[in-house]
Ligand binder design. Sequence first.
Ligand code: FES
Length: 180
Amino acid sequence: METRTKDTVSGNIIDEIIARHRGKPGMLLTTLEEVQEQNQFKYLPGETLAEIAGKLKIPYTQVYSVATFYSYFNLKPQGKHAIVVCRGTACHTKGSKALLDDIAANLGIHRDDNDTDSSYTTPDNLFTIRTVACFGQCAQSPVVEVDGVIHSNVNSRKLQTMLHRVRGEETKKEISYATV
Ligand code: FES
């Protein structure tokens, strides 16, 4: 019998994704991308990587190398909302470290600057904060991405407004679920 944690994607879905891309250029990347999308916490657990390797008959190390090379792929569960702070030189010069510290404090996340892990998720899985080396928009630094939307020239006040808006939307959803 198949034993799975609730946050892994089923073998049938992986089979279906592989079947759609088999033989096409970049199929491993596309497969990983779609399987991650299917995961409710938007990540690729080790057992999923192993399953993909087995189904594609390629070494696990090859799949793991691809998953760790591209920053798009997550090896840890992600929060519902993703906040990505640019830590490139231009953004750093314009205060991105302080913004990152502000976000972490606001969300109650304890970051360790010496920790090489650049992704942190709140215990309620609502927010993940992570960093990126450069968004390629250095002229508008500092740059922060919230749920896929790039915000430029971010300052502390703008940041508070963004977090407040995301939290407000979540509260509204909770209220509407409670009244259904
Ligand atoms: S350094 Fe931040 S966008 Fe380039």
